[in-house]
Design a protein around this ligand. Structure first.
Ligand code: NAD
Length: 308
């Protein structure tokens, strides 16, 4: 199993590290446009191999796509991250050009690749790849909901004063500060609805903190987060590589599901060797349906800024 990660920055390197530690891929190629950067990150990571007991071979290359040939899965993290006070949508100008050329180079060298899009604004970047790349829709996957759900579970556990392993919950909708739809009505602690333990006000606070999870970290760090994003991407890559049939909320192209058309947005999907093997159309409450429509309107507005 060969995995390429484009962008050897904070998220790309974290993702490579988690993939290596999980030890399911034979090869990870890190590619960056910055001379020597991916080579350096790859060498540093390989020097962890004996310490962390993994056999994945990590190599780094400067913008040489011939070295990515035959990749089964490729992750696109190239582009700029946001600075404090910025929205993800503000990154579109620079990142759209990068994502378009990177996806085209990847597909040229690996025509059967499955792409995982991470660069922001992620739903719009995933849509851009759909519109410009010659790949079936099941092989174009946007990562956002897996991270947002992990942040939701962190906030739920905090409110419940419970270990995170007790908690389950999912965030669907757009990967933006306003567009996320944390499914608070369905979140549970050991299969008991969290509304049994938390007041409606506290649950609303959990949802609000979840939605600004990225912005909170960006303010603290001066740039966007990388550990949880890297871990979330590695989970998606492992589910595909190991044909796990695991369910994650991912950004995918919708054709009528959730009453939405011609948009990429986060919904639960089953991930296996064929990428997105199924879109899971769950029943939403009227409130969640309305929030999903509002979220989709926001993503569609950002998509309108693309020059397709
Ligand atoms: N979807 C999510 O949940 C999520 C989470 C965190 C970050 N992000 C996004 O991921 C992206 C990367 O974030 P980061 O913190 O790793 O940024 P970073 O600046 O640390 O790394 C980005 C890397 O991309 C490289 N790059 C730029 N243009 C390139 C090109 N044309 N080809 C190859 N490499 C190129 C840069 O040299 C840099 O090393 C940002 O857009 C950020 O907003 C998304």
């Amino acid at each position: 199993m060969k995995v390429t990660i484009v962008g050897a920055g904070a998220v790309g390197a974290s993702c490579a590290e988690y993939i290596a530690i999980k030890n399911f891929a034979s090869e990870v190629v890190l590619l960056d446009i910055k001379e020597g950067y991916a080579e350096g990150k790859a060498m540093d990571l390989m020097q962890c191999a004996s310490l962390n007991a993994f056999d994945t071979k990590i190599t780094g290359v400067t913008n040489d796509y011939s070295k990515t040939a035959g990749s089964d899965i490729a992750v696109i993290t190239s582009g700029i991250p946001r600075k404090p006070g910025m929205t993800r949508e503000e990154l579109i100008g620079i990142n759209a050009g990068i994502v378009k050329s990177v996806s085209s180079n990847l597909i040229e060298h690996s025509p059967n690749v499955t792409l995982v899009v991470v660069s922001n604004p992620m739903d719009t970047m995933t849509y851009l790849v759909h519109k410009t790349a010659d790949l079936p829709k099941n092989k174009i996957i946007g990562m956002g909901g897996a991270l947002d759900s992990a942040r939701f579970k962190y906030r739920l556990a905090e409110a419940l004063e419970a270990p995170i392993s007790d908690v389950d919950g999912m965030v669907i909708g757009g990967h933006s500060d306003t567009g996320m739809v944390p499914l608070t009505s369905q979140a549970s602690r050991n299969s008991i609805k969290v509304s049994e333990f938390l007041s409606a006000e506290r649950l609303e606070q959990v949802a609000a903190d979840t939605k600004v999870g990225g912005a909170t970290l960006t303010k603290l760090l001066g740039t966007s987060a990388w550990y949880a994003p890297g871990a979330a991407v590695s989970g998606l890559v492992q589910a595909i590589a190991c044909d796990q049939k695991k369910m994650f909320p991912c950004s995918t192209y919708l054709e009528g599901e959730y009453g939405l058309n011609d948009i990429c947005i986060g919904v639960p999907v089953i991930l296996g060797k064929n990428g997105i093997e199924k879109i899971v159309d769950i029943a939403l409450s009227d409130d969640e349906k309305a929030k999903m429509q509002e979220s989709a309107a926001g993503v569609t507005k950002t998509n309108g800024l693309l020059e397709l």
